[in-house]
Design a protein around this ligand. Structure first.
Ligand code: ZN
Ligand code: CA
Ligand code: ZN
Length: 489
């Protein structure tokens, strides 16, 4: 295991104080105080937030009482077989400092239980490589890690050289476009998305780690990859230290990467799969969650002629297209389009998005749902949703249908049926004289606006399956195109 940074006798005790938003720290069990008790509390807060669903407010402090913090410490101690004291003792802190997988140990309630691939031949591809190892070594370690699961499950893995494979493997650093930023050396080593469309199955390795083919200092790519591919196939974390699905990194590679438990779990997940070579494919058991598609058919056909969007916004170097709980992402520099449920990309968002806008100078996007909105900065959702009334709407405005930020004027426009408001982002007030009529100020835009998007002195109004290009200088519509043409159809 890693080097212990704290003497064993040292313990940090959390006391509950209803008057404080954060638990008070008290030292116990030794005459020498901890060098950094606040750092330990910060470490524990971050850890429980990331892996045990501890809720924090935007400043990072515990939102509710210290009670939920203590109970989360106990959850974590139970998972790792430690004494369930709720106290940040040295054993607990040692586990919290151990390098590990980025996937939470407790179920995110948004995740579908028991998700698996509904096919037995899966494709994979390798995008960005690490420079720590020769390309051919990375190729063979990835192949070996998949082979471990192939042997146990009867699944077949086929390598592709396109980005559209089921399992897309990439070495990336820090924020990398999926709302689970990496954290530099140590800490989180890798993460993977469970089976599904778009990001589903994708497996990312933190390239701020030193990756090895086993031996020496650094992290053994084969072991970490075998763990992550377990997630990509639908397995959760195991509490058994012998399991490949144990969340923390193991210093030595066991002779059999999979334990009996791992083999049983993967077989339970895929045993009633259509068998390779069977001439008459059949599904033995009718599993309820398999018989209904995750999304309506329309949602999966981005090229449907009547496709409409709820909201369209820039976010970083990509354009996001929202429809119900589904999302398409078109990167400016890439031709392929990522797609999937919104919660695949933004784990906190379980609803549809009514309107969205992007303020480039703040590198921030604002996603509106009903009478609340989220702020997204970089690739991280900042805190809890805020009330739409923040912008100064009258009380009867409980939702908007579209929003757009006009960089040239520093104004954000909010559209609702036939009227709109203008918000001054510099002075942070609603402009005087609003709401005004949409059709008077935007002649040619005569139906309900589903979504609006600003680019280079034009506003693009999405009205049903059509997009109206409005020239802000000429003050009239200069072109009409289909919504789906924005998704390369
Ligand atoms: Zn994991
Ligand atoms: Ca890391
Ligand atoms: Zn990632």
């Amino acid at each position: 295991m890693q080097v212990m940074l704290l003497p064993v006798w040292f313990r940090v005790l959390l006391l509950l104080d209803p008057g404080l938003t954060a638990p008070a720290l008290v030292l116990e069990g030794g005459s020498t105080p901890s060098p950094e008790p606040q750092l330990d509390l910060q470490l524990a807060t971050d850890y429980l937030h990331q892996y045990y669903n501890l809720q924090t407010d935007p400043s990072g402090r515990m939102r509710r009482s210290g009670l939920s913090f203590t109970s989360k410490v106990k959850d974590m101690q139970a998972f790792f077989g430690l004494n369930e004291t709720g106290v940040l003792d040295s054993d607990t802190l040692e586990v919290m400092r151990s390098p590990r997988c980025g996937v939470p140990d407790v179920e995110d309630f948004s995740q579908v239980q028991g998700t698996r691939w509904n096919k037995n031949i899966l494709s994979y591809s390798i995008g960005r490589y690490t420079r720590d190892l020769p390309l051919s070594t990375v190729d063979s370690l990835i192949q070996s890690a998949l082979a471990v699961w192939a042997r146990a499950s009867g699944l077949t893995f086929v390598r592709l050289h396109t980005s559209s494979a089921d399992i897309r493997v990439e070495f990336v650093t820090n924020a990398h476009g999926d709302f689970y930023p990496f954290d530099g050396p140590r800490g989180t080593l890798a993460h993977a998305f469970g089976p599904g469309l778009g990001a589903g199955g994708d497996t990312h390795f933190d390239d701020d780690e030193r990756w090895t083919a086993g031996g020496g200092s650094g992290f053994d790519l084969l072991m970490v990859a075998a763990h992550e591919f377990g997630h990509a196939l639908g397995l959760k974390h195991s509490r058994s230290p012998g399991s490949v699905m144990y969340p923390t990194y193991k210093m030595s590679r066991p002779s059999n990467l999979l334990s009996r438990e791992d083999e049983a779990n993967i077989q339970a997940l895929y045993s009633n799969q259509i068998l390779p070579g069977s001439t008459c494919p059949q599904i033995v058991r009718n599993v309820p969650w398999m018989s209904r598609p995750l999304f309506p058919r329309l949602m999966q056909d981005r090229c449907a002629p009547d496709l409409t969007f709820d909201a369209v916004s820039t976010l970083g170097d990509a354009t996001f297209f929202f429809r119900d709980r589904y999302l398409w992402i078109k990167h400016n520099e890439q031709s392929d389009i990522k797609e999937g449920p919104i919660s695949n990309f933004m784990p906190k968002i379980e609803t549809r998005i009514d309107a969205a806008f992007w303020i480039p100078r703040r590198s921030a996007a604002y996603l509106i749902h009903g009478s609340t909105f989220w702020t997204v900065r970089g690739s991280v959702i900042k805190g809890k949703p805020k009330a739409l009334s923040f912008f100064g709407f009258p009380a009867w405005v409980q939702s908007v249908e579209a929003a757009v930020h006009v960089v040239r004027t520093g104004r954000t426009l909010f559209f609702m049926q036939h009227i709109y408001w203008s918000y001054n982002e510099n002075r942070k007030v609603m402009d005087f004289g609003f709401p005004r009529s949409i059709s008077e100020d935007f002649p040619g835009v005569n139906a309900t606006i589903n979504a609006a998007f600003y680019k280079e002195k034009f506003i693009y109004f999405f009205l049903g399956p059509h997009v109206y290009k409005f020239d802000l200088t000429l003050k009239h519509v200069v072109g009409v195109e289909s919504s789906r043409s924005w998704l390369s159809c």
